[in-house]
Ligand binder design. Sequence first.
Ligand code: UDP
Length: 331
Amino acid sequence: MLARVEMGLGAARRTVLVTGAAGFIGSHLSERLLAEGFEVVGLDNLMTGDIANLAAAGRDSHFHLEIGDVRDTLPVYAEMIFNLACPASPVHYQSDPAATLTTSVLGALRLAEQASLRRVRIIHASTSEVYGDPLEHPQRESYWGNVNPVGERACYDEGKRAAETILMDAHRARGSEIRIVRIFNTYGPRMALDDGRVISSFVRQAIEGVPLTLHGDGQQTRSFCYIDDLIEGLVRFATKDEITHRIINLGNPHELTIAELADVLRRVVGKNLPVVRRPLPPDDPRRRRPDISLARSMIGFEPRVSIEHGIAATHADFVARLEQEHRRRAE
Ligand code: UDP
């Protein structure tokens, strides 16, 4: 059991627990929290996370990694817990639906337990998937969503919806300090190379010089937020003392079709890549765009990174990591 870590001469660094720390968002968040002066405990079961993501955080003596599962008892008392533990790309979360659902639900129960024992602020990573294939556009926090409860995406969508329920019940019953962030499509360096998401797939296909796999007619939309913008929003929301709402959307409202995304990619990498059509997966949302008015007014959230710049940075990161992978295989 780790105790709250005290620094010399009595000055205490505030301890934060990040579940899912070895994941794409978790690792960027851990680095940012270290830079903000927190003692950071990262928890990860490495189901989809990668220890290599923690190379920079691991060089900081204020970072502590625990290999473990959010479904078990949490290993640490922290003043703040960011709950990011859950496979999040459709390919990953559908590969073990039971693990996905239980990670969300049991993880939320563990957090609620923790919040009933000690004073702790919980920042829970929810998702735009709670809106399902939305009938309201753009999506505001007040929208209840349109989710197929028995479809292939349900293990993730319904798990995340149930987690919100558990945490809001804990807030109503015991006044637990719960903050829920509905994260819209986020991308950037360190996305898993094989997560099957559209940006990671397109970037990898561009590097390998193979056609881009376009699902359906490519007219479905998404709104992509660069990782640095998301982290800024997360940290602002988590560290603000007075908040007016417990549930906020974070994402970039710049909406584009997947066919337009393919065009952006072609421009950025300077290759005229053809597409190969694939069937649209079941329950694939037709449109998605966050209404971020609440985040704007409450925490001054404003995404700054353009899709061109973000894709260029992601591309550079993928080139470097794929080269490393090739070198490792050749050795
Ligand atoms: N998509 C695509 N080609 C791919 C991977 C995904 O056209 O190789 C589509 C996918 O069907 C969806 C959109 O891109 O309409 C975003 O998919 P992603 O898996 O990135 O995220 P999510 O569906 O969870 O928003």
